[in-house]
Design a binder for this molecule. Structure first.
Ligand code: MRU
Length: 319
């Protein structure tokens, strides 16, 4: 599972969180085959948590899901007595987490759909659809819910260099749902907004700080600036499990740096001369001031985010 997350076989913040929980459960099942003492289960699963959490540093869902599973098995309120029942419990917890994620994403999508008007064109970046979010979607979930309500949204899809999640995944998902879309290069968003072709921007999130600063796929920050200049509302859609209750601002969000070869090469194709220098931060942070609202399963949170996020976390008891 560590390999799959690191190499992006599975990717997208909610999906990697739930996948990591299943990885932990699989490790528990394997350990339990020899019925080891509980203390050994506890330390071995703790080490596995740390290993999973280190695979990708930005999406907080990895830590959220693995810590939650470990706490349920070994935390102060846990009552596990032997390795086999702990392993069975780990599998049940991972399965519940998956079901909960789908339900939560559907709830937030319904709140988000209320922001969409008939025939709106929505611009999105990266991939925040079923593949990224356990089967339903966050930003794309909102668009899917709007479509199911009989609205007719059209989607501008940023290709999302360098991994091209937009052109490779979002386009495919929209095609499956028969939702009309137009693929554009990341650098075209200013041009299409200036032409009045976009009414709303919605993206997902990989980590949200308590003040509303939001880390998402590289290029999101540029998009938010362009949207503000053209007075197009810029929304984030994410479950509350994406909020990091330990950090006050986006300055504290670790930004993953990936292999520069993702920029200089595309598969076996060379995109730059051999030896070209490149810098490849995988995420950026959009300051809360540029965000019109954060669409969650507890409604659309508005500024001041320090207040609205805290209230939502209290309601959900995730804080
Ligand atoms: O690097 P990835 O593909 O795992 O990127 C994560 C994302 O897909 C996006 O940042 C997304 O908008 C948030 S996850 C629904």
């Amino acid at each position: 599972m560590c390999f799959a997350i690191k190499e992006m076989v599975v990717r997208g913040a909610p999906s990697i969180g739930v996948a990591a929980a299943f990885g932990l459960a699989a490790h528990a099942v394997r350990l339990a085959q020899n019925n080891p003492p509980m203390e050994l289960m506890k330390t071995s699963l703790q080490a596995a948590c740390l290993q999973l959490q280190a695979t990708r540093p930005t999406a907080v869902n990895l830590r959220w899901a693995t810590d939650k599973l470990w706490q349920s098995l070994f935390g102060d309120e846990a009552s596990m007595v032997d390795a086999r029942s702990a392993a069975a419990m780990a599998v049940r917890l991972a399965e519940t987490m998956l079901d909960d994620h789908i339900a939560v994403n559907k709830r937030l999508s319904d709140f988000g759909a209320e922001l969409i008007k008939d025939n709106d064109s929505i611009l999105t970046h990266c991939n925040a659809g079923p593949l990224a979010a356990c089967g339903w979607g966050t930003a794309l979930g909102v668009i899917r819910s709007a479509t199911m309500r009989g609205l007719n949204p059209h989607v501008y899809v940023d290709e999302t260099r360098p991994r091209n999640q937009g052109s490779r995944l979002t386009v495919w998902e929209l095609h499956q749902d028969r939702i009309p879309y137009t693929l554009i290069c990341d650098s075209m968003s200013g041009h299409v907004m200036a032409a009045g072709k976009v009414q709303v921007v919605i993206t997902g999130a990989d980590r949200i700080a308590l003040n509303g600063d939001t880390a998402n796929k590289i290029g999101t920050y540029n998009l938010a600036i362009v949207a503000q200049f053209h007075q197009v509302p810029f929304y984030i859609a994410a479950p509350l499990s994406t909020v990091d209750g330990r950090i006050l601002s986006g300055k504290e969000i670790p930004i993953e740096e990936r292999n520069p070869q993702e920029i200089t090469d595309f598969g076996t194709e060379k995109m730059a001369m051999t030896g070209a220098h490149a810098y490849n931060p995988a995420f950026d942070v959009t300051p809360f001031r540029l965000i019109a609202g954060i669409i969650t399963e507890y409604g659309v949170l508005r500024a001041p985010y320090t207040v609205s996020i805290k209230e939502a976390l209290e309601k959900a008891k995730l804080g």
